[in-house]
Design a protein around this ligand. Sequence first.
Ligand SMILES: Nc1ncnc2c1ncn2[C@@H]1O[C@H](COP(=O)(O)OP(=O)(O)O)[C@@H](O)[C@H]1O
Ligand SMILES: Cc1ncc(COP(=O)(O)OP(=O)(O)O)c(N)n1
Length: 289
Amino acid sequence: MHLRADHSVARALTIAGSDSGGGAGIQADLKTFTAFGVFGASCVTAVTAQNTRGVQAIHDVPTDVISRQMQSVFEDIRPHSIKVGMLSNVATIKTVARELQRADLKNVVVDPVMVAKGGAPLLTADSTDALLAEILPLAAVLTPNVPEAEVLCNFSIRTIEDAKEAAIQLKRRGPRIVIIKGGHAAWGDSREDSARDLVYDGRAFTTFATRRVPSTKTHGTGCTFSSAIAACLALEMSELEAIGTAKRYVYDAIVAAAQWDIGAGHGPIDHTASVEWRRGFTAGKDYDL
Ligand SMILES: Nc1ncnc2c1ncn2[C@@H]1O[C@H](COP(=O)(O)OP(=O)(O)O)[C@@H](O)[C@H]1O
Ligand SMILES: Cc1ncc(COP(=O)(O)OP(=O)(O)O)c(N)n1
């Protein structure tokens, strides 16, 4: 376990769906927290029957049980950071927003999960307005992939300029930092073999890139990235340190997964990859990790 400056154990909470296949959702988040030496607590919003081939069933947890889980964790465990993932529907969004407001925590990382890699919807189509109005104002860091940013902004993102415009529009909704993840496209990047994420803090654009790993074992990359950022914030890293460290951890976990063979579809990444703390980033620069 890693300690904070005041010698307390770093603690993080994930509010997300359960993935029975173990690669994404709550399971990915808790494995990531552990990899960073951060104690992990959880609030389950939905139970999915899922594996590397797709999503077979979804059961939404009743909203009173979601409220109670959050209250139980806030009353006793008192997390230093929170990751928010799958929220399923408008009622769950409103419930989570109400409890987050009550808790008044500043390190909330929001991954606006909409669709699983196999194409299964994880959020109802009528939820976009509630997500924008109720959850984004509470986010310290917002981490949409390109298709999610397109839904939230209602325009298509084909170039780095489009991505910058999306980041500017989403920042106006309240998050301190917006990251448009480049896992889905080589938008605006002269190196087609790189996976570049665009970070906007309201003043400058910073990008973080790694080599794009040619792998189908990428199930759970988005969940892992956002929970790694939350873990790093619980460890008192700056936001850019947290993003750079999380980005490199996800890359190493994708590379490490090449060694294993789990499931017949989109395999999970390897959360036992080691964590290297990345420091010294300056806003407004491009980093190749
Ligand atoms: N094949 C890949 N090689 C390297 N990095 C990747 C690859 N796929 C995704 N990433 C990185 O993983 C993180 C999650 O991105 P992404 O896969 O776009 O999220 P999501 O799972 O929400 O769609 C980002 O930092 C992205 O750049
Ligand atoms: C329960 C649950 N939550 C989130 C996701 C989506 O996870 P993500 O990291 O975006 O990975 P892919 O599904 O895109 O591989 C999920 N599948 N299940």
